[in-house]
Design a binder for this molecule. Structure first.
Ligand code: SF4
Ligand code: FES
Length: 378
C-alpha cells in the first residue's frame, strides 16, 4: 500500500528515499510499578487487554529484521510487568536482533533475570531516579525502589550483562549529577545515558516542578564534559541537554523517520515516542499492515522526511541537515504546529516566548509532582 499525500522531497523537488532504521523501540506494555512524573508515555495509557501477544511481537520482530533493524530496545512501562517477557525476548533473538532490555529493575527477580539471559537478552539498561533512597523513592513514587534497584544491579553484574544506567535529570536532582555518574561507575556500567527531562507526556504536566534553571543546564554541560575526559575508554556518557536553554534544538530521533521507530503496546507504529501528541496525524498499526510498508510508505513516516516540508527560517538555514528543524513534537507542544521550526531554536520567531516560559517554569516555587498513574481498571 502506498499513501500519496506526503511524498518526501528535498527543496529542489527531488524525491527522497527513506534510509533504513537501525533500531526499534518495542514498548511491550504501559503497565509499570513506578509512577515517575517525567514519564514520556502518553497521558492516555494503553490497557493490558489491548497489548500485542508475544506471538504478535514475534511477527513484528521478523518484519523489523527484514526491514534492516539490527537492535530492539524492549521497554514499556516496565517490560517486567509482562509475564511472557522471556517469550517476547526469545522471539527477538530468533529474529536475529540484538536485544536491549530497558527496565526499572522492579518486579524482575534474580531467577527471572537468569531466564531472560537464557532467552536472549544481550544488554540491560537500568533506570535510576536518584542517588539516595529518599530521593529515588520520592521521584519514582515507589517506596523501597532504591533497594530493589541496587539488588537488581548486583544481579546484572553477577550474570555478566553489559549495563547502561539511564538517568533522567531535572531541577530536583541535577545538582547531584556528579554523584550519579560516580554511582554508575560503582555499579560497573559501561555507559550512562544522562537525559534532561523532555517535556512530553506526563513530564509536560510537571513543567513547573521539573524545568531546570539556566544555571543548572550550564552546570550539567560542564559536569558531562569533565566526566567524558576523566572516563575516556572506561565509560561512555550519552547526554541529552536541556534544549530550552540551548541556542539550537536537538536532532530529535536523528531526523523523523530516519534511523528508528517505535511500536507501542497495542501495535501502533510511531516515528518517535511522543508522536501521538500530534493530534491530526494518523498512525498505522502492525495488526493491519507490514512494518516495512509502514516505514517506507506511510503518511506518518513520510510527513517530515526530506527538507521540502520545512518552513522558514529552516529552509534557508545551514543546519537544516544537522538538526532537521528540531523536534516535531516540541513544535506541536510549544507552537501548536508540528510543521513549525522547533521554538527552542534561537532563530524561531517564537523563541523569546519559549525562553520566557522556561525561565518562569524554572523559577516556580513548587516541588509538587503529578505522578504517572493508570486509571482504575487498567
Ligand atoms: Fe535548525 Fe531550523 Fe533552527 Fe536552523 S532554523 S538551527 S534548521 S531549527
Ligand atoms: Fe517526537 Fe521529537 S519527540 S520528534
Amino acid at each position: 500500500m502506498k499513501d500519496q499525500q506526503h511524498q518526501p522531497r528535498d527543496l529542489d523537488g527531488n524525491a527522497v528515499t527513506p534510509g533504513l532504521p537501525m533500531a526499534m523501540l518495542a514498548e511491550v506494555t504501559h503497565r509499570c510499578p513506578l509512577a515517575c512524573p517525567y514519564c514520556s508515555n502518553p497521558v492516555e495509557l494503553t490497557r493490558a487487554a489491548q497489548e500485542l501477544t508475544a506471538d504478535d511481537w514475534g511477527r513484528v520482530f521478523r518484519q523489523a529484521a527484514d526491514l534492516g533493524v539490527l537492535q530492539v530496545h524492549i521497554s514499556g512501562g516496565e517490560p517486567g510487568a509482562r509475564r511472557d517477557l522471556a517469550q517476547i525476548v526469545a522471539h527477538a533473538r530468533d529474529a536475529g536482533l540484538y536485544v536491549n532490555l530497558i527496565t526499572s529493575g522492579i518486579g524482575i527477580t534474580r531467577d527471572r533475570l537468569e531466564e531472560l539471559d537464557r532467552a536472549g537478552v544481550d544488554h540491560v539498561q537500568l533506570s535510576l531516579q536518584g542517588i539516595r533512597p529518599d530521593m529515588a523513592d520520592r521521584i519514582s513514587g515507589h517506596p523501597g525502589s532504591w533497594d530493589k534497584k541496587m539488588h537488581f544491579a548486583d544481579w546484572v553484574k553477577d550474570i555478566g550483562f553489559p549495563l547502561t544506567i539511564n538517568a533522567v535529570v531535572h531541577r530536583q536532582n541535577l545538582e547531584r549529577l556528579p554523584e550519579m555518574i560516580e554511582l554508575a561507575e560503582t555499579l560497573g556500567a559501561r555507559r550512562i545515558e544522562v537525559a534532561t527531562v523532555q517535556f512530553h507526556g506526563w513530564a509536560d504536566l510537571n513543567r513547573k516542578a521539573l524545568m531546570p534553571t539556566r544555571e543548572q543546564a550550564a552546570f550539567a554541560r560542564q559536569v558531562v564534559n569533565d566526566a567524558r575526559v576523566r572516563l575516556r575508554g572506561r565509560m561512555v556518557i550519552d547526554y541529552v541537554p536541556a534544549d530550552h536553554h540551548a541556542v539550537f534544538p536537538k536532532a530529535c530521533m536523528g531526523g523523523w523517520g530516519s534511523t528508528g521507530l517505535n511500536v507501542g503496546p497495542d501495535g501502533t507504529v510511531l516515528p518517535c515516542h511522543a508522536a501521538q501528541t500530534i493530534t491530526w496525524m494518523r498512525f498505522e498499526n502492525v495488526r493491519d499492515r507490514d512494518l516495512g510498508d509502514i516505514w517506507q510508505n506511510s503518511d506518518s513516516f513520510n510527513a517530515f522526511r526530506g527538507t521540502a516540508w520545512m518552513p522558514e527560517p529552516c529552509q534557508s538555514c545551514d543546519r537544516k541537515t544537522v538538526d532537521f528543524g528540531g523536534c516535531r513534537c516540541q513544535a506541536m507542544a510549544l507552537a501548536g504546529d508540528a510543521r513549525a521550526t522547533d521554538p527552542v531554536c534561537s532563530l524561531s520567531p517564537l523563541h523569546p516566548q519559549v525562553v520566557a516560559r522556561a525561565e518562569a517554569d524554572a523559577g516556580a516555587d513548587t516541588a509538587d509532582l503529578i505522578y504517572r498513574r493508570m486509571r482504575k481498571g487498567d
